[in-house]
Design a protein around this ligand. Structure first.
Ligand SMILES: Nc1ncnc2c1ncn2[C@@H]1O[C@H](COP(=O)(O)OP(=O)(O)OP(=O)(O)O)[C@@H](O)[C@H]1O
Ligand SMILES: [Mg+2]
Length: 279
């Protein structure tokens, strides 16, 4: 049934069209062979180029948790890095909030990165010489928010992620789970529409990992951000994702809801993942 929240959910915020990424000396020179279907291995052996992404087409809706899943080397990080133009495609379109980000000039790109997209990293990416408060307030400082306001705001997020009292500690004094709470608070403090999370919980113990998953789900039920979440773990993908894109060798093998993926795995690769599901 369509109600207001369904309508809000189905507005696209990210659109990727016919995107290819080839790594190597002269990617454009091998693009034709890539499009004709040469295998990743043959291309590498014959030309020294690597297929990172192959004909990616997807739409991510405002407010959804979109999971990108696949084994190591399948292209997850390469794909997510296109969303804030940390890398440029060999060909293809990336439209975010109606804006073709390939066409942005340097100053526009910097503004886009500061205000549209925040990122949470697998290895936390905290600044070791800054205390927790300054780590969380960092993005706000870059965005020109004054000291009183950014500290107030940062403290609020530190409390929300469960780190009350840790303001003046340094990253090295925190456990892995606590560090990632700081990473999450820092990303949320800048209040962007889109949150990119590249295997944010992979470095954590199983128990802490489940706690962090639960916390993110709970936060999201109030925030309704667009979250693009990478994992190589199907359990995590099924738990977190409204939809899941499964990548293999740079191609999307299946893009579906968790239920559909469990019920109708697109091929043996997906079926192998599904066989190992623990719940
Ligand atoms: N800068 C680069 N130069 C050359 N090849 C690259 C580069 N970055 C990625 N690749 C290749 O692109 C493919 C996809 O890599 P990517 O890092 O996106 O995988 P991933 O799914 O994130 O893997 P992981 O789970 O290990 O993080 C791999 O074959 C990789 O070797
Ligand atoms: Mg990766």
């Amino acid at each position: 049934m369509m109600n207001d929240s369904n309508i809000a959910m189905t507005q696209p915020i990210v659109e990727i069209k016919s995107l290819y990424k080839v790594f190597g000396k002269n990617p454009k020179s091998v693009l034709k062979a890539v499009k004709q279907g040469i295998s990743k291995q043959a291309l590498l052996e014959q030309t020294g180029h690597t297929i990172g992404l192959f004909d990616i087409n997807l739409t991510i809706n405002r407010g959804e948790v979109f999971v990108i899943m696949g084994l190591s080397g399948s292209g997850k990080s390469t794909l997510i890095r296109h969303f804030n133009r940390m890398i440029d495609p060999t060909v293809g379109e990336i439209i975010i909030d109606g804006q073709n980000i390939i066409q942005l000039k340097q100053s526009q790109l910097e503004a886009f990165r500061r205000h549209k997209i925040a990122m949470v990293f697998q290895n936390f990416g905290l600044m070791p010489h800054l205390n927790i408060l300054d780590n969380v307030a960092y993005g706000l400082k870059i965005n020109g928010v004054n000291k009183t306001e950014r500290y107030d705001h940062a403290k609020r997020w530190i409390n929300i992620v469960g780190l009350e009292g840790y303001d003046l500690q340094f990253p090295m004094q925190l456990s892995g789970g606590q560090k990632q709470r700081v990473g999450l608070a820092r990303a949320l403090a800048v209040d962007t529409d889109i949150l990119l999370m590249d295997e944010p919980f992979s470095a954590l113990d199983p128990l802490i990992r489940r706690e962090m998953q639960a916390q993110l789900i709970e936060l999201q039920s109030n925030l309704h951000k667009t979250i693009i979440f990478i994992t190589h773990d199907l359990d995590e993908a099924l738990k977190m994702g409204d939809r899941i894109a499964i990548l293999k060798d740079g191609k999307i093998i299946q893009l579906d809801t968790p239920e559909e993926i469990l019920k109708n795995p697109a091929d043996d690769y997906v079926a192998d993942f599904v066989r190992d599901v623990k719940f």
